[in-house]
Design a protein around this ligand. Sequence first.
Ligand code: GLN
Length: 454
Amino acid sequence: EAFNAAVAAAAQLNAFIVTTPDHALEAAKKVDADRAAGKELGKMAGVPIGMKDLFATKHVQTTAASHILEGFKPEYESTVSQKLWDAGAGMLGKLNLDQFAMGSSNETSYFGDVANPWRRNDGGNAKLAPGGSSGGSSAAVAARIAPAATGTDTGGSIRQPAAFTGISGIKPTYGRCSRWGIVAFASSLDQAGPMARSVEDCAIMLEAMAGFDPKDSTSLELDVPAWAESLNADLKGKRVGIPREYRMDGTDEEILKSWDDGIAWLKDAGAEVVDISLPHTKYALPAYYIVAPAEASSNLARYDGVRYGLRDLPEKAGLQDMYAATRAAGFGDEVKRRILIGTYVLSAGFYDAYYTQAMKVRTLIQRDFEAAWEKCDFVLAPTTPTAAFPLGDKLDDPLAMYLNDVFSVPASLAGLPAMSVPAGLNKDGLPLGLQIVGPAFDEQAVLNAGLAIE
Ligand code: GLN
């Protein structure tokens, strides 16, 4: 009954692409059986979670919210989802997202927009974007349909939707979670992470998701720390860095005010506040929108009408015609835009001017953070330049859409752990998020600061 009520609520938001009640029920039954047998229960025992539809799930449709993968049922399970099942979790269903995780509003999905469960308090009834690309995940958790969900973050796709819906989400250090079995967007940036209602829930779930995997060549060979057990909101002796370059033109006043609130809360928790400089911040967004499409254009080459999902085979057509017809029909506009940008910046005449330059910027951004860690233990910044905007508002303006990611992409390019935590409501009654970025491998610093703000 509870499941059916949740399904009805979820249908209004369009959060799920498919539901899998039997999967969640089996997990619950197994917990009962294990408990009766006196077996030790896993960290996620019996927790019914939502799974972003970017994770391959065995015999359950996996689409990346694209027509080109419609009907694709993998013969394998992603490492991260398998780890969650091994820890006792069950799956409520596959969550909607921006197509191939490209977007900031969940409006590029082939399966339709997702609505943010929040509404403005002025009676305006416009449906708001839940953020993206993990928009089904953020909406389902914020609406209390699922206690937690998986997300993936390439340039902000866990943090920005978490901020837009008043929940928490952490992108761990690049390499903490295996990318094996996750539909690839930009392989040098993609990371999985949890989205949940509290920092503690995120810590518990991240422990279940993380860990070395020989099937991912960039997986970190590190033990998974006991993050949840070590949570500590006492920040005495810790230094929080406030990067002055993040005070950007075009940022809403209310965002700057919430940043100031966050600084005050961290001070109250005992932290010392230090002014820091991340001088190459302004180059991060343009560099990201070269590197990510470049990698995407290569990763998406595999969708050829032969191996997965959709095949469009015009009559009397040759192989090239089949490729062209399948890709023309299967990919959405934003995905095609990324392929065009990506192939352009990688082409012989332009490679040095764009891709090589962007890779240099990436190194400079990494060095900015390395220098910052001499002065502070973690960084506090806004997650987004605005609160949630109405669906449709930025759809015709890709550059305005890309600007959503201005605060989130630096940590992505540097591979650092970064989290968004809820930081109160704006005057319209909409949630705002604050972002904490930490040194590589120091998720604990990020989670502790998040706990102090929460
Ligand atoms: N909004 C960014 C993009 O469209 C980030 C997406 C993501 O992190 N998957 O590329």
